[in-house]
Design a protein around this ligand. Structure first.
Ligand code: EPU
Length: 362
């Protein structure tokens, strides 16, 4: 025990990740307030140990060797709702579960996060990789992130622009050793109008025949995610995953044409329209990584021993129990290499890799 925080030794991390893989943390603590976070960081500095922040563990791959130094769980709780005319500003502590926050916002008739229902993990992680799904991303409603800057030990309130959000990206993600996210402030609209900007969501809402209310959007998203094993369910054979294992590639127009040409030439599709792709904001083209994985020969449900491809979504790699991170990474490498050989596109992993020196897929 140091000050008010307890520091454990040799804490298994696999149970703290949704993949259920990886070794132990040399040291572990889970402070419940900002003072505790400061103490933990000071303790690590005093012992010259590296610090890794672990949230809900739903987007990480931990190495089999585990992590040296201090792993800090985030147990800061509390939510503060403030009405400001047509919007509600809500400040949520980093350790609050994301999905419960979405449910509460929708129940209060507040719009802005309804498409992000069913995403596992904690609120503090949401701005780090700019969590997004079904046509919405947190960057659209995050107005401030309260974060501790480890370079000077001070706490800052970063406005949206300072967060430098991109597709599954932010200033926090680009500099992971620097920032500890403490709380996130969202601005949610009181007009109750949901966002329906994803084809699959629009079609599913229509099929229900219900008015597109916030609650209907949330429930529809949950059912779409469930059908893809993207909601954590203890009864689901695909439950141990990190969600999408690769980001969707953003390629130039000519690269996209090459992919389409390769797909037609090898008889994967009958017509060029059958290759899923969407215009990206900067004139590039977004390809569907899940489609590339499947068409490179990894059928849903295919297995390599204790790991495999989800039986409901080719972009998720899953652990069936008794496996290792090394086996999962070997499969990821195989997927990346075969997609590259077939389509000339190099997939980039989406989860955060912890405890691997250098490029884990090298
Ligand atoms: N597809 C296949 N086979 C599959 C899965 C998908 O061919 O097994 C193709 C289909 O053409 C489909 C397209 O891929 O239309 C897109 O699939 P989907 O709508 O399921 O979305 P995604 O692009 O695979 C992204 C996010 C998900 C998010 C969904 C829904 C990334 C890396 N992933 O997946 O986020 O839930 O959109 O908005 O951007 C995550 O990041 O972990 C995550 C789950």
């Amino acid at each position: 025990v140091t000050g008010g925080i307890a520091i454990e030794r040799n804490t298994p991390l696999a149970p703290r990740t949704t993949l259920r893989l990886g070794g132990a943390a040399e040291h572990f603590c889970a402070p419940e307030d900002e003072a505790g976070v400061g103490e933990a960081l000071a303790w690590a500095d005093a012992h010259a140990l590296p610090v890794t922040v672990l949230g809900g563990g739903s987007n990480v791959v931990v190495s089999d060797a585990g992590l040296r130094g201090l792993v800090m769980g985030v147990n800061l709780r509390g939510t503060d709702w403030q009405e400001h005319g047509r919007v509600t500003r809500v400040t949520v502590s980093a350790g609050e579960p994301w999905d419960a926050f979405v449910a509460e916002a929708v129940a209060r008739g507040l719009a802005g996060v309804e498409c992000l229902a069913g995403i596992p993990g904690l609120v503090g992680a949401a701005p780090i990789q700019n969590v997004g799904a079904y046509g919405q991303e947190v960057a659209e409603c995050v107005v401030e992130v309260r974060a501790l800057d480890r370079t000077d030990g001070r706490v800052y309130s970063l406005a949206t622009e300072a967060c430098a959000f991109g597709y599954r990206d932010s200033a926090f993600k680009r500099d992971p050793a620097r920032w500890v996210v403490l709380a996130v402030t969202f601005e949610l609209r009181r007009d109750g109008a949901p966002k329906v900007a994803y084809d699959e969501l629009a079609r599913a809402l229509e099929a229900r025949g219900a008015a597109p209310t916030l609650a209907a959007v949330r429930e529809t998203v949950l059912s779409l995610r469930r059908a893809k094993s993207m909601v954590i369910d203890p009864a689901d054979e695909n439950r141990h995953s990190a969600g999408s294992f690769f980001v969707n590639p953003m390629v130039t127009l000519s690269e996209a044409e090459r992919v389409v040409e390769a797909a037609v030439r090898t008889g994967l599709v009958a017509c060029t329209d059958d290759v899923p792709r969407w215009p990206a904001p900067d004139g590039r083209v977004k390809l569907a990584a899940g489609w590339l994985v499947e068409r490179a020969g990894f059928a849903k449900g295919s297995r390599r021993g204790a790991v495999g491809v989800s039986s409901r979504h080719a972009l998720a790699l899953v652990h069936h129990g008794g496996g290792t991170s090394a086996a999962l990474l070997a499969l990821a490498r195989e997927v990346r290499d075969r997609v590259r050989a077939r389509f000339g596109v190099t997939l980039v992993p989406e989860p955060v890799f912890l405890g691997f020196g250098g490029d884990p897929l090298a």
